[in-house]
Design a protein around this ligand. Structure first.
Ligand SMILES: Nc1ncnc2c1ncn2[C@@H]1O[C@H](COP(=O)(O)OP(=O)(O)OP(=O)(O)O)[C@@H](O)[C@H]1O
Length: 273
């Protein structure tokens, strides 16, 4: 296992998420295999790794929606899944989780009520999040009549209700055009800068890495490395985070082969392709 780069925020800052020896089993497989990392409070942190490496499982564990979790997982100073965390977290799943037969505003009114926002505050709060995701002019449209990207933004707006301290966003920019992607990244940074919100954003597209202040790189249920994009590029000896990721994967594979000891002699006899 290669050494991980672990740079926290300022000393004494409590991280928004802290995992130690985190393991998750799904079905018969251990899909998270002993994760140690921290997400500094107020940061825009990217969770990057190939499809199937465990990003969604990790996010589900952080928001308390995953069973069979062992090890330590602290979220905003509480154990993950603690009921007190519910109003402090926003979670956007990969598939839009809104009602197709309600209008955009109807969906947001409903989620504001579920969240327990006082009735008198709801209309103002709904208009605020509609503006934030640039959907105010579609407020009266039925959600089923929206494009895929617009529907994703309704889910995002719902997660922004009540000003959560931690936003966990599972591939929020997939399928969006470059202009919209750019606008969303600007919104993410604005939320972090103006409100101190922590954002944990997953992606399997490495070119989004440089939009993040911090990265957690995952591979096959493990954290391969974490740190700033710059530190990771340096660590991987590459110009891009993608190059660094590939170099770190290669080093990790060499390491694993080394740890596994000499090759199986039967395997040596197999014909080379
Ligand atoms: N319900 C389940 N039962 C068993 N294994 C599962 C289950 N759900 C997911 N897995 C496995 O867990 C692993 C991690 O899946 P996960 O969805 O967390 O990956 P991911 O990195 O988010 O992938 P993607 O980028 O494609 O969304 C995968 O190998 C997947 O096959």
């Amino acid at each position: 296992m290669i050494n991980k780069i672990a740079e926290g925020g300022s000393p004494g800052d409590q991280p928004a998420v802290r995992a130690s020896g985190l393991r998750v089993t799904r079905g018969r497989r251990e899909v998270l295999r002993g994760l140690d990392f921290a997400v500094p409070a107020g940061s825009v942190t990217g969770l990057l790794g190939p499809s199937g490496c465990g990003k969604t499982t990790l996010m589900r564990a952080i928001v308390g929606a995953q069973s069979r979790v062992t090890g330590t997982l602290e979220v905003l100073g509480e154990p993950a899944g603690a009921p007190a965390l519910r109003p402090r977290l926003g979670y956007v799943t990969q598939a839009p989780s809104v009602y197709a037969d309600l209008t955009v505003r109807g969906n947001l009114d409903y989620f504001a009520a579920v969240l327990g926002l006082p009735r008198a505050e709801r209309p103002r709060e709904v208009e605020r999040v509609l503006d934030e995701v640039d959907l105010a002019r579609h407020a009266t449209a039925l959600t089923r009549d929206l494009s895929g990207g617009q529907r994703s933004r309704v889910s995002l707006a719902a997660a922004l209700l009540g000003t959560p301290e931690l936003l966990v966003l599972d591939e929020p920019t997939v399928g969006l055009d470059p202009v919209l992607r750019n606008a969303l990244w600007q919104l993410f940074h604005r939320l972090a800068e103006e409100r101190g919100t922590t954002l944990l954003i997953s992606s399997h597209v490495m070119d989004e890495a440089d939009r993040c202040e911090r990265l957690v790189l995952m591979r096959e249920g493990r954290v391969l490395a974490d740190g700033t994009p710059e530190a990771l590029r340096r660590r991987g000896g590459a110009d891009s985070v993608e190059g660094a990721f590939l170099a770190l994967v290669a080093a990790d594979s060499d390491n694993e082969r080394g740890a596994a000891g000499p090759a199986d002699p039967d395997h040596e006899r197999e014909p080379r392709r």
